[in-house]
Design a protein around this ligand. Sequence first.
Ligand code: NDP
Ligand code: OXD
Length: 326
Amino acid sequence: MALVEFQRHIMSTPARGRILLSVTGFNPQRWYDLLSKKRDVVLEPAGAEDPSIDYAVVWKQQPGILSRLPNLKVIFSIGAGVDHIFTGDPPPDVPIVRVIADNLTQYMCEYVCWRVLDHHRQGIHYRTQQARKVWRDAQQPPANEVSVGIMGLGELGRHAARALLALGFKVNGWSRGVRTMDGVSTFHGAEGMTPFLNATDILVVLLPLTPATEGIIDHSVLSRLRQDGPLGGPCLINAGRGRLQREADILRALEDGTLKEASLDVFEREPLAPESPLWPHPRVFVTPHAAAVSDPAHLAAPMLRQMEAFERGEALENLVDPKVGY
Ligand code: NDP
Ligand code: OXD
């Protein structure tokens, strides 16, 4: 290419969109290192109001920071959930991309199977016996007599449902709209909720946090779970979001016999306060929002590819519907 032509080419090539990185609670350096292999990355708060920033890669970003970026084109959540983007001021009207990734789905599937099997095989009961050196086997129902109900039959819920079916459990699913799935009894909407709960022994919550789902796991929901099932009482597993649950109601349900046991990965306030009665509760299993942690080694490259594709005019994948908030 002749020099003049080359200069013309350089001048007509648009600057590659820069990225604002704002990932509270994660290690920004790992994300920075991987994203900056292909793009200019600016760490908040330095990038606020920078007109050369096209993309924001975020987790619990600083309030208001997205609205101050004058040329923001796409927001990427580093998690599957996007409630953090809708918290506080509404985000700017640009596409929001969330994570759907094999390794995240696999982690969640492992977590759900682990917790379901632990409740099913009476892990909490046996750990209590072990502490007292008690050698006594408990009655063990077969998996095909136990119904696991998954609230949220999306990417993560469907995958977990398939794994639970393979383990031999009966599986029910509940979603907003109609969903069908081989081998799974599906229910949807407000009218499907009570029949879904009535047929469930182990409730797995994999819902997004939206205005419609906030506080949904309350005493009334827990009291509609199957009370005379083969496990001697229903169990709750929440790996969706903490603000889906009313923790005071869970504790009440554990005390009044409505709920047998709970596995909680997420909490109304995180980290869980040291004084929370959930920590020492003998029938509660606590993990620190660790069911499926976003790994930049798996997620940064697909994000960069989406940016390239977007600049070629191709459609973005894994888009969030801002009207429903997930
Ligand atoms: P999806 O968006 O793929 O699926 C969401 C499911 O919830 C859909 O089936 C949807 O129904 C259903 N849903 C949404 N709103 C309602 C409602 N009002 N009533 C009934 N059903 C509803 O999400 P994912 O499966 O990818 O992820 C689910 C959530 O898991 C994330 O939003 C996040 O909060 C959480 N998560 C937690 C992690 C952890 O480490 N603890 C890790 C990753 C994710 P429909 O099918 O009709 O749209
Ligand atoms: C997510 C999470 O939403 O880790 O991906 O909670």
